[in-house]
Design a protein. Sequence first.
Length: 264
Amino acid sequence: MRARSRRWRKRLARSWWLRDSPLAVPLTGTRFALGLYFDDLEKVLHALSRDRRDVFVIQVGACEAAVGDPLGWFLRARSWRGVLVEPVPYLFERMQRNCTDLPGVRLENSAIAAEAGEATFYYIEPGKGDRRPEIYKTLGSFRRENLERHAHFIARFEERVIARRLPCLPLDALCRKHAVERLDLLICDAEGYDFEVLKTLDFERTPPRLVIWEHQHLSPEDAQACRRYLQERGYAVRELSKDSVALHRERDGGELGSAFRSLG
């Protein structure tokens, strides 16, 4: 009976009218109440929301912060506060428009790097005809080769690659700038630069309870080193298909701890 129930929930969660229709965002709360999640990350975020009402998050690579993004529902329906970081100028402008209804959210138009200053950042100019629509806005990196891996999806790739000097700062400096005293959740989507981003945070001063980063673009060596880096700082780590999730061992109680232990 339990196996049949799990299969039913998975089929329902994949239904187009729950995910892609205009009703998707209004129905998200109902989905969560029924225990329907599109993926394990949604389940973990919901568990964090149930454990703590006043969640503070930093998201590196926030893109547009659109209403339908995984984090968007929690920022709006659960009034999560935090700092959203997006270095690409046109995406940051879109994010500003999308976040006018979020007074508890601060926006940062910078890239995260080891040192404050400026550095060359690569991203894709908007365009049409891509094999995967709007993939262009998810690509941005200090390393051009990370964009080149997706060139076969991008129409007129060479014409649309932009190299621009953009402002940079470490996560430590970001926390000081925005007076971050407590960090519940750190999300990093940096197209292969995720490990370098995580190393710019002082885990002694501002240890997140939960860390989520994208490992699919890391080399096997960097993925292993990143996992070990978090473990040495007191975290248990679970790897999903594209992302890794780390939970601080001293703060692994409640529903979040249960949801985390069910991963993998």
